[in-house]
Design a protein around this ligand. Structure first.
Ligand SMILES: [Zn+2]
Ligand SMILES: [Zn+2]
Length: 77
């Protein structure tokens, strides 16, 4: 089983950190590339600002967050 790496801003999935961070991210407030999610893989992902729960990072980050001070989307904890 190969490990999957997810972008914490948009949920894009890649098999390595280098291939993830080579891709451009439309949702990252830090720059134009994907940023790896550092937490472990979970069955539910919770927004660190408002506590909204979704079953995947991509569905969480597709939702807009009224409490995120740095951007408009939910960010996984
Ligand atoms: Zn991304
Ligand atoms: Zn949120």
């Amino acid at each position: 089983m190969s490990e999957k790496i997810y972008c914490k801003y948009c949920g894009t999935e890649r098999s390595s950190v280098s291939s993830l961070t080579n891709g451009s991210c439309s949702k990252s407030p830090e720059g134009k590339y994907h940023v790896p999610y550092e937490g472990s893989e979970k069955s539910k992902y919770e927004c660190k600002y408002c506590g909204t729960e979704r079953s995947s990072i991509s569905s969480l980050t597709n939702g807009s967050c009224s409490k995120n001070p740095n951007g408009k989307y939910h960010i996984p904890l």
